[in-house]
Design a protein around this ligand. Structure first.
Ligand SMILES: Nc1nc2c(c(=O)[nH]1)N[C@H]1C(S)=C(S)[C@@H](COP(=O)(O)O)O[C@H]1N2
Ligand SMILES: [Mo]
Length: 227
């Protein structure tokens, strides 16, 4: 008879521990949905149509980056252009944005079978290349990213297609998940060529260079028709 209170207080203690544990779980869930909420809120200010074309949303991408979304501190951020150039440059975010802005609707196709059609706003690489004086032997452009990811494109493709690095999509500044501050708009190339969180652009004469997914068996040409 006298043990009953002990059992009750034991049960009470267990319930307390359980509710505390589930409370922690609740806190985690809330912070996750906070991230989702901010992306949702951003999506509310996206444009959904441009010159009669229906656009996808920043929510239509499947986040599958090699190290997850990267949080780049913009005050410390620099973009380096070096390699086979006469005048290597290190730009701040604002210095890149001082260049002429261009807009274009381009579709990204991922090898995983989804795609997203977005109005991209960015800077042409050719405008940045004018500053650095690219040497005659350069034929390849290698993109180095904040998460250690790399990929490359032929220099001639970049010049012929006016390839740009984007800082906005559908009229909103790129969120961290989508590659803030800059994502390559690798028009006509598969998603793995669309480098996010670009920190360094290297001019090279290694036309056989293979980036992260290319080393793992994906085509270096990565033409959209290959998918
Ligand atoms: N830095 C970096 N850029 C990257 C990747 C990555 O893992 N790291 N993934 C690529 C792939 S496979 C695709 S399809 C596109 C879009 O990926 P997202 O849907 O995760 O934004 O980004 C590309 N750029
Ligand atoms: Mo991808």
């Amino acid at each position: 008879m006298r043990r009953k209170p002990k059992i009750l207080s034991f049960v009470f203690l267990m319930l307390l521990i359980l509710s505390l544990l589930s409370g922690c779980g609740a806190v985690r869930t809330v912070s996750n949905s906070d991230d989702e909420n901010s992306l949702q809120e951003l999506a509310a200010s996206e444009i959904t149509e441009y010159e009669g074309k229906d656009l996808s949303s920043i929510l239509d991408f499947r986040e599958n980056s090699i190290e997850g979304p990267q949080e780049v501190a913009i005050d410390e951020y620099t973009l380096t252009i070096d390699g086979l150039v006469d005048d290597p440059m290190i730009y701040s975010y604002d210095e890149v944005l001082d260049k002429t802005h261009y807009e274009k609707v381009v579709t990204l196709y991922c090898v995983e079978g989804w795609s997203a059609t977005i109005l991209w706003e960015g800077i042409r690489l050719s405008d940045l290349f004018e500053d650095v004086n690219v040497q005659d032997t350069a034929n390849t452009v290698i993109f180095h990213c904040y998460d250690g990811y790399t990929t490359s494109l032929p220099l001639q493709d970049i010049l012929d297609k006016d390839i740009m690095i984007a800082y906005k999509m559908n009229d909103v500044v790129l969120p961290a998940e989508r590659g803030y501050p800059f994502q390559l708009v690798a028009e006509d190339k598969l998603g793995y060529k669309w480098a996010k969180w670009i920190v360094r652009i290297e001019l090279s004469d290694d036309s056989e260079y293979e980036g992260f997914w290319e080393q793992r068996g994906y085509s270096n040409e990565a033409d959209v028709t290959d998918r």
